[in-house]
Design a protein around this ligand. Structure first.
Ligand code: FMN
Length: 219
C-alpha cells in the first residue's frame, strides 16, 4: 500500500475474522517495525508474542479493573484515567461498573497478542524532574508500537494499542516473567479485521497546529 494510505487508514481494530496471523507475516511486520526510533537509539523494547489461550484469558481478566474505572468516569462525564483530576465515581460505583465486551474480547479473538515492554534502565526521561506525569519515556517505545500497527495494516491485518492491563502491571509482569526493570507499554491484539474502516475521525491540521507560538495563527 501507499504509505499515506496506510497512515490515513490504520484504525483501531477490535473485531477479527479468526484467520491466522502466521509467524512468517508477524516476523515481517516486526522486521519493518524495528526501524522505529528510541531515545539515544538505546532500543530498550522487548516484545512478547502471546498465542496461548490461558495467558490471553488472564490478560483479558487483567483489563477489567481499569476498564471499570474508565467506563464509570466516562458515565460521570470525566476524561477517564486523567491524572489531573481524581475520579468522581467512588470505589463501590467503580467496582459495580460492567466491563463492555469490546475491552476484553480482542485479546481472546485476535490471532496473536503482542505485549510490548520497555527497559526503564535505558530510557531517556528528560521530564523526570518536572512536577507532572512523565511522557517522554513513552517516546522510546510507542514509535515501535505504532510501526507494528502500520506494518500490520500494510499486510492486511490490524489491531489496537491497548493499555488497560498496564494498570495491573505487577500481575502482568508475574504472568509473563517480565523483569522488574521493564515497564509494560501496550498490549496489542492483532488479526485480520472483520471490516476495514478507511475514514478516520481526526482533527484537521488547522485545529491543532499554530505558527510560532501556542496561541499563534492556525497553520
Ligand atoms: C495510548 C493509547 C491507549 C489506548 N488504550 C486502549 C485500550 O486500553 N483499549 C482499547 O480498546 N483501545 C485503546 N486505545 C485505542 C483508541 O481508543 C483508538 O486508537 C482511538 O479511539 C481511535 O480509534 P479509530 O482509529 O478507530 O478512530 C488506545 C489508544 C492509545 C493511543
Amino acid at each position: 500500500m501507499d504509505l499515506y494510505d496506510v497512515m490515513r487508514s490504520t484504525a483501531a481494530v477490535r473485531e477479527f475474522t479468526g484467520d491466522p496471523l502466521p509467524d512468517e507475516i508477524l516476523h515481517r511486520i516486526l522486521d519493518h517495525a524495528r526501524f522505529a526510533p528510541s531515545g539515544g537509539n538505546r532500543q530498550g523494547t522487548h516484545v512478547i508474542v502471546v498465542r496461548d489461550r490461558g495467558t490471553r484469558e488472564r490478560l483479558a481478566e487483567l483489563n477489567a479493573p481499569a476498564v471499570r474505572r474508565y467506563v464509570a468516569q466516562i458515565k460521570a462525564g470525566q476524561s477517564p484515567w486523567n491524572p489531573l483530576e481524581p475520579p468522581r465515581p467512588g470505589p463501590d460505583e467503580i467496582a459495580a461498573t460492567e466491563v463492555p465486551e469490546h475491552f476484553t474480547g480482542p485479546v481472546l479473538t485476535a490471532a496473536a497478542v503482542l505485549v510490548v515492554c520497555v527497559d526503564l534502565g535505558v530510557v531517556a526521561a528528560l521530564d523526570q524532574h518536572l512536577d507532572r506525569v512523565g511522557v517522554v519515556s513513552g517516546a522510546s517505545v510507542y514509535p515501535l508500537v505504532w510501526n507494528v500497527l502500520l506494518a500490520a495494516r500494510n499486510e492486511g491485518f490490524g489491531g489496537t494499542i491497548t493499555t488497560m492491563a498496564v494498570a495491573e502491571e505487577p500481575a502482568v509482569r508475574e504472568l509473563l516473567g517480565i523483569p522488574e526493570q521493564y515497564a509494560v507499554a501496550a498490549v496489542l491484539p492483532l488479526g485480520r479485521p472483520v471490516k476495514q474502516l478507511t475514514k478516520l475521525r481526526r482533527r484537521p491540521v488547522e485545529e491543532f497546529v499554530t505558527r510560532e507560538r501556542f496561541d499563534g495563527a492556525a497553520f
